[in-house]
Ligand binder design. Structure first.
Ligand code: HEC
Length: 228
């Protein structure tokens, strides 16, 4: 083999291993992005849900799925249907099913409505529970916050994160109110951290749920762990 050819092979080999190394962070990002798009669709229905005026047509699973794909397109700046990569497609399929299951199961609550009857955070927690079940042991996606700002104790970091090393790192970011998204790996397990910021609707509703927060303040995080 000539040196030039060896060089080409070597760089091919390197680019393959770089692509592999990026694969997991990309899939973690994809899970966060799809969940954010789906949650935005439910958040847009909050006025109707809170005033008890949501109609069956508003929560038709196929319509919601179409709105969610459109929201994804705006967030990701690309068309979901155009994505060919196998793992991303699997994530999209599973998130579609998770969304369908959640809106079917909570249909009576959503239609009955009432103040805070079905809030975006609750939707996201339900979505992740179903997503985690449907995708198997491959990923675990959760929403959590620091202990003194929790509304639901079931979302406490130590309740939703099993890996001690990852828990330690997440707790550090939560306590500090770390505002930057992070992507790390611990003992070969990749995990991502996406912080949330308190805006007015979050603050107002959390206040009704007994939590005092300020606009612009750290408001918890989505954590996604890969078990692959
Ligand atoms: C309409 C009411 C409402 C709005 C708006 C709302 N939340 Fe919440 N949030 C809740 C409730 C209720 C829970 C507890 C849900 C549960 O039982 O799991 C919650 C839970 C959470 C959690 C999980 C940890 C915990 O405290 O249990 C996070 C993180 C969170 N909200 C962040 C936000 C952020 C950030 C926003 C705005 C972008 C927001 N929420 C908007 C009502 C709301």
């Amino acid at each position: 083999m000539t040196r030039a050819l060896q060089g080409i092979f070597l760089s091919l080999l390197l680019s393959v291993s770089v692509a592999k190394a990026n694969e997991t962070p990309n899939t973690l990002r994809e899970i966060n992005l799809t969940a954010a798009a789906a949650t935005a669709v439910i958040a847009a229905l909050q006025d109707k849900i809170n005033t008890g005026t949501a109609r069956p047509d508003d929560i038709d699973p196929n319509k919601l799925k179409a709105s969610y794909h459109a929201a994804y397109g705006r967030l990701a700046n690309r068309d979901m249907a155009s994505i060919q990569e196998a793992e991303a497609r699997r994530i999209h399929e599973v998130m579609d099913r998770a969304l369908e299951q959640v809106v079917t199961e909570f249909r009576p609550d959503i239609l009955k409505g009432g103040q805070d009857a079905f809030v975006p955070a609750f939707f996201r927690a339900q979505l992740f529970t179903r997503f985690n079940d449907l995708i198997g042991d491959r990923y675990r996606a959760v929403v959590t916050n620091r202990r003194h700002e929790l509304i639901n104790g079931d979302s406490a970091p130590e309740r939703v994160i099993g890996n001690a090393e990852i828990l330690k790192q997440i707790n550090e970011w939560l306590e500090r109110g770390h505002m930057q998204p992070e992507m790390r790996s611990a003992g070969g397990i990749s995990f991502g951290f996406w912080p949330m910021t308190i805006t007015e609707p979050c603050m107002v509703c959390h206040q009704r749920n007994g939590l005092q927060q300020r606009i612009g303040q750290f408001g918890g995080a989505t954590v996604i762990i890969s078990n692959r």
